[in-house]
Design a binder for this molecule. Structure first.
Ligand code: PLP
Length: 409
């Protein structure tokens, strides 16, 4: 159906031979207006099921993996899956209803009773909850370890270990882990390497190029970018992604995204590389200012040249994202006072939005402890830690807002 000069032909096989750039593929990959009544923007397929002309057609669709029903197949979602897989350098992709839906589908598809999962000791709080309260109920043992020193992996690998799971950059610290070093050790023992790359997005970091087997993203964050939708993705080899599709999505979680969510994520994705550049330049300016401010005790932003893991960050990321953490000399109380004085930045959980968002994990944990006394901060997270998701506002306005809050402590 494609016209000879169609966008898709150009986007997948340009006449000059070399592969098109990331930004071009984020806008065009796998979409040809000629196949869609010349609509330049993708259509949104609102349907829960598909009609067939004959039983032979049903047989053919079923043989292809059961493309009969919208929980397992939607053309808008599939465009997003194909485009994300291309951008991440993966064979295949799967999009789910949220990042946690991706964590659930991934772990419940690949792990069985008696298996062990090794995780970095600091993870997004609900991934920690899945590790501590979810997986053990199903007979999966989760072993936390400090992967900041990849050698620590060797000591916890047993014949039951199946996979290692970590985030880089890490939520909420923003620190980085060495993907290649961890993957080399894990692969030597036959483990799968599962990396949550939400804090960087494929515009800055592609973990598969450094040895990961599957990359997970919360699409709610940078990839959609505008704080108006939830989504999650898993990207990797077809054999693994198909297994998660046919089990984790189809009948374990059933957590399919709505086609509207997939469409919004596709729209956000088109500006991802542009946004990441600005998130990174704003964040670097803020990290430098914080680093010199007398009220600040420490700053964790791996693209500061003084950061202990700067070399690792530079090796596996093309630039810093908007995520960082810092602590004030006045600790827990000063963090809360400072946040109450901010006038432009928004106190909110979540991250990767155009707005600058600031959160204080210890305050959230203390509030939760009033109803769930066992709630606790993740390993490696102190009571003073403030997390910043630096947005796309003017750098000078962000610096001024933080400075006035810090100066009035
Ligand atoms: N992974 C990381 C690193 C996150 O920060 C989050 C959410 O904050 C998730 C996964 C879960 O994603 P979602 O909120 O889309 O379920």
């Amino acid at each position: 159906m494609s016209a000879p000069n169609s966008v898709q032909k150009v986007a997948t096989a340009p006449s000059h031979g070399s592969e098109l750039g990331f930004a071009t593929r984020a806008i065009h990959y796998a979409y040809d207006p000629a196949d869609h009544h010349r609509a330049v923007s993708h259509p949104v397929y609102f349907t829960s099921t598909y009609g067939f002309e004959s039983m032979a057609d049903v047989d053919a669709a079923a043989a292809l993996g059961g493309k009969l029903y919208a929980r397992e197949h939607n053309p808008t979602t599939e465009l997003l899956e194909t485009r994300l897989a291309n951008l991440e350098g993966a064979e295949a992709g799967l999009v789910l209803a949220s990042g946690m839906a991706a964590v659930g589908a991934l772990t419940l598809s690949l792990l069985s009773q008696g298996d062990e999962l090794i995780v970095h000791r600091t993870l997004y709080s609900n991934t920690t909850a899945m590790s501590e309260q979810g997986l053990p109920r199903f007979g999966v043992k989760v072993v936390p370890v400090d992967l900041g020193a990849p050698v620590n992996l060797d000591a916890v690998i047993t014949p039951h270990s199946r996979a290692v799971y970590f985030e880089t950059p890490i939520n909420p610290t923003g620190d980085v882990l060495d993907i290649a070093a961890i993957a080399a050790r894990a692969h030597r023992a036959g483990l799968l390497v599962l990396v949550d790359g939400t804090f960087a997005s494929p515009a800055l970091q592609r973990p598969l190029e450094h040895g990961a087997d599957i990359v997970l993203h919360s699409l709610t964050k940078y990839i959609s970018g505008h704080g108006d939708v939830l989504g999650g993705a898993l990207l990797g080899r077809s054999e693994l992604i198909d297994r998660i599709h046919n089990q984790g999505l189809r009948f374990i979680t059933g957590a399919a995204p709505s086609p509207m969510a997939s469409s919004l994520i596709l729209r956000g994705l088109k500006t991802l590389p542009l946004r990441m550049e600005r998130h990174g330049s704003n964040a670097l300016a803020i990290a430098r200012m914080l680093d010199e401010h007398p009220a600040v005790a420490w700053v964790n932003y791996p693209f500061l040249a003084s950061h202990p893991r700067h070399a690792i960050a530079k090796r596996q990321m093309s630039g810093g994202s908007g995520m960082m953490s810092f602590g004030l000399r006045g600790g827990f109380d000063a963090a809360r006072r400072m946040m109450d004085k901010l006038e432009l930045m928004t106190i909110a959980v979540s991250l990767g939005d155009v707005e600058t968002l600031v959160s204080h994990p210890a305050s959230i944990v203390r509030a939760r402890q009033t109803v769930r006394p066992e709630a606790h901060l993740q390993g490696g997270v102190g009571e003073d830690l403030v997390r910043l998701s630096v947005g796309l506002e003017d750098e000078a306005d962000l610096l001024a807002d933080l400075r006035q809050a810090l100066n009035r402590l």
